[in-house]
Design a protein around this ligand. Structure first.
Ligand SMILES: C[S@@+](CC[C@H](N)C(=O)[O-])C[C@H]1O[C@@H](n2cnc3c(N)ncnc32)[C@H](O)[C@@H]1O
Length: 221
């Protein structure tokens, strides 16, 4: 499907799937949304410890990159697993230019390494951030009790309803360790009910600018 790079409300760029009128991030602000949903309401729950993160939709690598930057500040040792069926191209990475947007020139090589590291192999991006990129369909995820935190960043239910089902959330619940947390930008009632049906305790939290709410689920047993 045809992808095009667009500029969002906070000046940062994202990718748009034209045929679906669907973006990789919020049109109100890609960086702003990523920080709000995944860092403020996800990563910030953890300090000074080891943390295993699963990302549903590695995409542009923006979530992974800001997790590397913030993880340093929070004293985290991160094992990051990004699942993606349709990797972005090197040209797209260059055009997105997240290093400039995030004023993270000191970490330019780390972002390049994230994209250039081989798929299916764990790669140390820094001393405290290891990345494993897996090119596969979300439906083939079969991990069990492996992750502390899941960034659930699939395209919206409007265009991929099959990714917001009890079947997929059962896989997410199984992949989490006890007390593990899943965060997503989504707020739809049907998504919340699917998460609750498989066992998540779900909170509705204020969403990023342009969106009233988002969801966070915890695996309580
Ligand atoms: C909303 S975007 C993710 C954005 C990403 N987290 C980022 O920071 O750029 C959703 C991603 O899911 C991927 N995707 C869509 N369907 C998939 C599937 N069935 N299995 C694996 N990846 C899929 C898309 O290629 C896209 O990269």
């Amino acid at each position: 499907m045809k992808r095009k790079i667009i500029t969002t409300g906070d000046g940062s760029k994202t990718i748009q799937i034209e045929d679906w009128n669907e973006q990789y991030h919020s049109v109100h602000g890609a960086v702003q949304e990523a920080y709000h949903v995944f860092i403020k309401n996800g990563l910030s729950l953890y300090q000074n410890r080891e943390l295993a993160i699963l990302e549903i939709g590695f995409g542009t690598g923006l979530n992974a990159f800001i997790t590397l930057l913030e993880g340093q500040k929070q004293g985290l040792e991160i094992m990051y697993q990004g699942v993606e069926a349709y990797p972005v191209s090197p040209e797209e990475v260059t055009e997105l230019n997240y290093v400039a947007q995030l004023k993270a020139q000191d970490f330019e090589n780390e972002l390049l390494l994230m994209h250039n590291s081989p798929w299916e192999e764990a790669c140390d991006i820094t001393d405290n951030f290891t990345l494993l990129k897996q090119q596969k369909d979300f439906k083939d995820i079969g991990d069990s009790n492996a992750f502390d935190l899941i960034y659930f960043d699939a395209f919206g239910a409007r265009v991929q309803p099959e990714l917001w089902t009890e079947e997929i959330f059962t896989k997410m619940f199984q992949a989490l360790k006890p007390e593990g947390v899943l965060v997503t930008y989504a707020a739809k009632g049907s998504v919340r009910r699917a998460m609750q049906a498989v066992g998540f305790i779900v909170e509705r939290l204020p969403g990023p600018p342009g969106k009233r709410e988002m969801l966070r689920g915890q695996k309580k047993q």
